[in-house]
Structures are given as structure tokens and as C-alpha cells.
Write a protein of this length. Structure first.
Ligand SMILES: [Zn+2]
Length: 501
């Protein structure tokens, strides 16, 4: 699907109405940048996380998982650079006291790229262009930079120390690097991944779930021998595959043009491991129903590079509010391990069996996946207002869909209800199913279409005679009859795409 008619605010309203996402603490007016996932939303979110984890961690030899704490020793953040470098610039109106993120304010008012501008540059742009408060036209000034970490007190009274809610999941991977390596008998190259919450005190959360203050990430650090960043088994098989690509040079032009590039070309701008993991991320979205036209890979500009990265690419999605990052992929080099060695005085080098030498591993690739952002990608991609049905339809890939099947008795007759409930209970043991007996059959189809249930099963009077039911495809509305005893297997095949209606 490729339906961009729904705006982000309409999507937020739709998500609330259908039980996907609610503003957090809404009965008290909410809290900007925080959301709660409702019954259907949490199923969608779990599917996304599980499918991603399966593909990138569980099924992969040499990738280990970690579930670290949200609050940790504050020196972790000293070593990582977050205490000293993780800032946003704030602009404040002297009259109405409105606070704005400087980069966004400049981008919105002047329509230029303001990423990575220094305090001095920001001040001079504001002065030069005579920029004023968009709300009251008052004069504005650039404030002291604001650290994006949420701080908190750990312990009581004099003993208490200040620590922080983690702003990313990557650091506990580095801090636990030795523990994991020693206990898991890993050999280079290998990966360590973590899925979980992270927190950033964003000045201006915006675009619904896109920029929030509490979010989930899946980050994977891929460690290689420093001399082998370009030795990738299987790279030959994927290197010719092409993708929408926006290069650094294009972004420096007046009218940047997206072009097709091969993963080999991308590897030439970063490294082969980085290109390989970008390929896997891109393929994962495409295999779960995201059209390739709505995906692209963008190379970071030099000034955008984070303090730890030497090359960085994003997988972007074409949202109604523009192309935006969903997965980042940085070459972090040896930066983090070296920083932690310096701060902790613990040697974080390992013995490499192949070269028979001690090395500090090199992070050639760090795919960093934003769960809420992916959640939005799947929703926007799936959403369609179907004129003919006069109803919203979510065309989720069956594996992504919260419920896999809806089960209905044609009408509320005890003999039909009995068969339908039996089927529902049996199917619901294998995958999330939804039983519905209220309203017309058309209304029940519509309800399932709206939350993206790919298949609906109806028990009618013929079912009592021939032990068959009707199964309907959400997208084509095509219906076929299936034997009740074959349903479970047939549904399993339909969900996995091994069969069609
Ligand atoms: Zn103002």
C-alpha cells in the first residue's frame, strides 16, 4: 500500500479510538512525549519486537543478547560522553517564555538543515535573519545547552548519588562486554544486542510517537577484528542489490536527488559490515510488507556525525511529515571500549584465536532500531481509507498483524455459536484470534479490517452439514470454503505466506 492521506494527528486519533496508543496520563491532561500502548497496540508492538529480535539475534550464530538495567553507575555516562556531549540547544522567548529546540526552530522558520549547528552559529543565524518568537513575535535568545538525560537520585540523604535513566541501550553492552565475552565463549566477529527502554528529555517531542521522551530500542553492537572490518562472509551474494540512496554529496546540493545505489557502493562509503547490516535491516522491512519505494538509505553529513562515529547511515521511511530515520547504523570504531577502559581502568581487550593476539574489538556496525518509529512505519504503510468499504483498512503483513483471525457465527444461533466458539478456542491456542458475535457480519468484517486482522472465518448453516467454514481475505475480500479440521494448518500457512486465498 502507499497511502499517505492520513496526517500524523489523524493517525494519533485513529490509534486512540482503536486501542493502539493513548496519551499517557490523559485524564490529567497527559504528559508531552509519553504514550501508553493499548490492548491492540501492545500486540502490534510485541510482534514488531519479536520478529526483529528473531531475525537479528535469536536466529543468528554469534549474536548474544543482554537485558541491562535502566539506571546504572553514573560513570558509564561519563565514559560514553553523554554527560559532556549529549546536549540540545534551547531557544527561549524573552516575552512569552516559550521554549523551542533550536535546530527545529531554525529548520521550520528558514527551511534549511540546522542539524549540528553550534551555539555560536545558531546565535549568528538568529541575529542575521532577525528571527523572533513564532507565537508572540518577542525577542528570542539561545540558552545554555540542555543535557538530554533524565537525572534521578539513587539512595537516601547524604549517601545518595545522582544517576541517569539510560539515554540509549548501547552503553550497558560496552560496560558488560567482558562479562559476555568471557561467559559465552564468543569468537570475533560477534554481536551483542539489547532491546529495551531508553529515555531522553527532548525539548520538543513531536509527530506523535516519532520523537518521544520514553521509547524502546533494539541496538546491536557488531564487534570485529580491527583489521577485518571488510571481511564479510556472504557479502558477495548481496552486494549488487540496489536501494534508494541519498548520498552526502547530493545533500549538499540545492536540490538533492535520491538515486539507486548498490550495497557495494554503500560499503565503499562506510565498511562492508555496515553495508551488510543495513541490507539486513532494509530487507526485514521489505519482507514485512513495507514497499521499497518508501524506504531509503541516507548517508550522514560530516557535521551530523555523533561524537563516537566515523561513518553513519540511516534507513529512512517516507512519512507524511517527510523522510525520517527509523534505523541508524554507526561505525563506532573502538571509541566506546577505549573510553570505558580509560574511565574504569579495566582492560577490555580480548584474545583473538585466529590472529593469536590481544585486540580491542572494533564496532564496525551498530544497527540501532527505534521500536516506536517502526510501529509508526507499519501503521502508515498499512493504513488505507477504502472508498468502496467506506471504512479504514490496515493492510498489515499477517505476521505483523495483532490478531491473525476473526471467528464469527453468521447469526446468534446456539448451534452456530457452539461451532464458532470451538474453532476460536482451538485457533487461539496457536495464534491470537478474535471472537465476535455482535452486529451484522459486515460490521464484524469492518471491525477486523480496522485493526488489520488478515483473515476472518464465518460459521454458517452449511457448516453444520459439511463441516466447512468460509474464510475471507482482508485485502482482496475473496472468500473460500475450508474444512474445519484443516483450519489450523491452513491459517498457519496463510500467516506465513505459504498459501493464498
Ligand atoms: Zn513569545
Amino acid at each position: 500500500m502507499n497511502n499517505k492521506e492520513i496526517s500524523v494527528s489523524d493517525m494519533a486519533a485513529f490509534c486512540k479510538k482503536k486501542g493502539f496508543v493513548y496519551p499517557s496520563g490523559e485524564i490529567y491532561g497527559g504528559l508531552s512525549g509519553f504514550f501508553d500502548f493499548g490492548p491492540v497496540g501492545l500486540m502490534l508492538k510485541r510482534n514488531i519486537k519479536e520478529l526483529y529480535w528473531d531475525e537479528f539475534v535469536r536466529k543468528r550464530q554469534g549474536v548474544a543478547g543482554l537485558d541491562g538495567s535502566l539506571i546504572t553507575a553514573p560513570r558509564v555516562w561519563k565514559a560514553s560522553g553523554h554527560l559532556d556531549n549529549f546536549f540540545d540547544h534551547l531557544i527561549v522567548c524573552s516575552k512569552c517564555k516559550t521554549k523551542m529546540k533550536a535546530e527545529e526552530f531554525i529548520e521550520d522558520t528558514l527551511n534549511i538543515d540546522a542539524d549540528g549547528l553550534s551555539e555560536k552559529e545558531l546565535k549568528s543565524i538568529i541575529k542575521e535573519k532577525g528571527l523572533r518568537c513564532p507565537k508572540c513575535k518577542g525577542s528570542i535568545k539561545v540558552e545554555k545547552p540542555l543535557n538530554l538525560m533524565f537525572s534521578t537520585e539513587v539512595g537516601a540523604g547524604k549517601e545518595s548519588i545522582t544517576s541517569y535513566l539510560r539515554p540509549e541501550t548501547a552503553q550497558s553492552i560496552f560496560a558488560n562486554f567482558k562479562n559476555i565475552f568471557d561467559s559465552q565463549r564468543l569468537k570475533l566477529p560477534f554481536g551483542i544486542a539489547q532491546m529495551g527502554k531508553a529515555f531522553r528529555n527532548e525539548i520538543s517531542p513531536r509527530n506523535f510517537l516519532f520523537r518521544v521522551r520514553e521509547f524502546e530500542q533494539v541496538e546491536l553492537e557488531f564487534f570485529v577484528h580491527p583489521d577485518k572490518v571488510n571481511e564479510v562472509d556472504g557479502f558477495e551474494d548481496i552486494k549488487r542489490e540496489k536501494v534508494n540512496f541519498l548520498s552526502r554529496e547530493e545533500q549538499n546540493k540545492d536540490k538533492p536527488k535520491m538515486k539507486k545505489a548498490s550495497f557495494n557502493e554503500i560499503a565503499g562509503r562506510g565498511n562492508k559490515w555496515q553495508a551488510y547490516w543495513l541490507y539486513l535491516g532494509y530487507k526485514w522491512f521489505a519482507e514485512h510488507g513495507i514497499s521499497r519505494e518508501n524506504l531509503r538509505i541516507r548517508e550522514h553529513l560530516e557535521k551530523e556525525l555523533a561524537h563516537y562515529a566515523t561513518a553513519c547511515f540511516d534507513i529512512d521511511y517516507r512519512f507524511p511529515f517527510g523522510w525520517k530515520e527509523v534505523v541508524g547504523n554507526a561505525d563506532r570504531g573502538q571509541y566506546d571500549l577505549k573510553q570505558h577502559m580509560k574511565e574504569s581502568n579495566v582492560k577490555l581487550e580480548i584474545f583473538d584465536e585466529v590472529s593469536k593476539s590481544k585486540v580491542i574489538p572494533y564496532v564496525a556496525s551498530e544497527p540501532s532500531f527505534g521500536v516506536e518509529r517502526a510501529f509508526l512505519v507499519f501503521l502508515f504503510e498499512a493504513f488505507e481509507f477504502d472508498e468502496e468499504r467506506e471504512n479504514n483498512v490496515l493492510h498489515f503483513h499477517p505476521k505483523i498483524a495483532p490478531y491473525k483471525v476473526g471467528v464469527f457465527p453468521l447469526i446468534k444461533k446456539p448451534e452456530l455459536i457452539k461451532v464458532a466458539k470451538d474453532i476460536f478456542e482451538r485457533l487461539n491456542k496457536s495464534f491470537p484470534s478474535y471472537y465476535d458475535e455482535s452486529g451484522t457480519i459486515g460490521r464484524r468484517y469492518s471491525r477486523q479490517d480496522e485493526i488489520g486482522t488478515p483473515f476472518c472465518i464465518t460459521v454458517d448453516f452449511d457448516s453444520l452439514k459439511d463441516n466447512s467454514v468460509t474464510i475471507r481475505d482482508r485485502d482482496t475480500k475473496k472468500q473460500i470454503r475450508l474444512k474445519i479440521k484443516e483450519l489450523e494448518e491452513a491459517c498457519q500457512e496463510l500467516i506465513e505466506g505459504r498459501r493464498e486465498i
